[in-house]
Write a protein of this length. Structure first.
Length: 278
């Protein structure tokens, strides 16, 4: 019997598993782009979420400017609009971050996350793609709110450069809060729970702050809570920038909060995602 030696020019069968994840930043960026695109496509096909996410802040603008505005005077500002509208901007993007947790909880409940786990893709791309798409959606909502603010009398008294810086700071803060919501979405068992857990703490955080009134007008025991609220810090910073004032340390503290929240809750979310099994 004649034994035929293997032809060295013929490649051996691949031993790479179908679940092997391609490595490199290019693959990671591609996976993130695919995931973000999936969520954005779903949003454009079902715009109800965008509509309702915009109606509430518009109602707040109308309520505080036209109903309460005549009874509230804030020293140092040309009008109440210049004081309250930046606060509503901040509240809008923070509330918008809640949809990250709701969306993740929905994907978990439907088993879609489990299907993604079986694909040769970066696990981190699932969460980064979601938070990135929600940042785009938040940017769109913010653009609408800026138009509404200009209609009711708000003006960019600090100039275009300061306005851009304030807007970037707001969106960075929104992105940071999306990671808090991501952890909530990964930790609860239902979409309803994610909805409740995502919003219940944001209402006191945004109202016990400088968003709508000066904290010095609050009861003495409540003032330190409002003044040390991270939402107050970022609101003060963007308000100063929009009005052409010096934000002082509030700007740097806001950046530190945004970076710190993103790093801490991003790490916790990735860890939870890796260990979650549903």
């Amino acid at each position: 019997m004649t034994t035929t030696a293997p032809d060295p020019s013929v490649a051996a069968p691949s031993t790479i598993s179908s679940h092997t994840v391609p490595t490199g930043p290019r693959w990671l960026a591609s996976d993130i782009r695919v995931e973000a695109g999936r969520h954005l496509t779903a949003t454009w096909r079902n715009p109800d979420l965008l509509v309702f996410a915009t109606i509430q802040p518009i109602m707040f603008v109308v309520l505080f400017v036209y109903v309460f505005g005549g009874a509230i005077t804030v020293p140092g500002y040309s009008s109440y609009q210049q004081f309250v509208v930046p606060g509503i901007f901040a509240q809008t993007v923070v509330f918008g971050s809640a949809f990250t947790g709701i969306g993740i909880a929905e994907d978990m409940q439907k088993g879609f996350i489990d299907r993604l786990r079986s694909l040769p893709m970066y696990p981190s791309a699932v969460l980064v793609g979601r938070t990135t798409s929600d940042l785009v959606r938040n940017t769109f909502t913010f653009a609408i709110m800026m138009v509404v603010g200009l209609i009711v009398g708000f003006r960019l008294e600090g100039g275009l450069a300061n306005a851009v810086l304030a807007t970037v700071l707001l969106l960075a803060f929104a992105f940071a809060f999306s990671w808090i919501q991501a952890l909530i979405g990964l930790s609860v068992k239902s979409v309803e729970a994610a909805n409740s857990a995502g919003f219940i703490w944001m209402f006191p955080m945004t109202f016990v702050s400088s968003a709508f009134v000066d904290p010095s007008t609050m009861p003495g025991w409540l003032q330190p809570i409002a003044e040390h609220n991270p939402f107050t810090v970022v609101t003060n910073a963007v308000r100063a920038l929009y009005n052409g004032m010096d934000p002082g340390n509030d700007l740097w503290i806001s950046i530190a909060w945004a970076v710190g929240i993103t790093v801490v809750f991003g790490a916790l979310s990735f860890r939870k995602f890796s260990s979650a099994s549903r």
